[in-house]
Design a protein. Structure first.
Length: 150
């Protein structure tokens, strides 16, 4: 597959993650959405549920990992790609590393809690990370959410 086809595919799937983030926004959750794709099929869709579940670990990525593992019938997500609207935090990066997911595509950087600042080696050593896909849309949704709450 060419680099142009990869970008087109990443943009396509990030739309679904952004839909999840918008759903979180409507539910007054921090608007982060995630999907996991395996063999060109979405096997998990999730968004933050920390407020609804009163659970600080209920991040979009954590929810998506659990759904995908159940769908695949195993704990390893080899051959899968995670699409998430915001760079994973340290906790999510650690879980993604343990899941052995090989590809992570995110929208915008999280300068305050992103894994790249605090735990750049948390992901699997063979993981391919791509950032900046639909960055402006993802960032704008986060900024709007926090502006409305302050």
């Amino acid at each position: 597959m060419s680099a142009e086809e990869d970008i087109k595919k990443d943009l396509h799937y990030m739309q679904f993650a952004l839909e999840e983030a918008k759903q979180a926004y409507k539910e007054k959750e921090i608007p982060i959405g995630a999907i996991i794709v395996c063999k060109d099929r979405i096997i998990a869709r999730a968004h933050n549920l920390t407020e609804r579940l009163h659970d600080v670990t209920a991040h979009a990525e954590m929810q998506a990992i659990t759904i995908a593992a159940n769908e695949l019938g195993g704990k390893y997500l080899e051959g899968c790609t995670l699409y998430v609207t915001v760079e994973p935090c340290i906790m999510c990066a650690g879980a993604l590393g343990w899941s052995q997911i090989k590809r992570i595509v995110f929208g915008c950087i999280d300068d305050k809690r992103g894994y790249h600042t605090y735990a750049p080696k948390a992901l699997h050593p063979k993981a391919n990370i791509i950032g900046g896909i639909m960055e402006n849309e993802c960032k704008e949704l986060m900024l709007r959410f926090f502006k409305e709450r302050r």
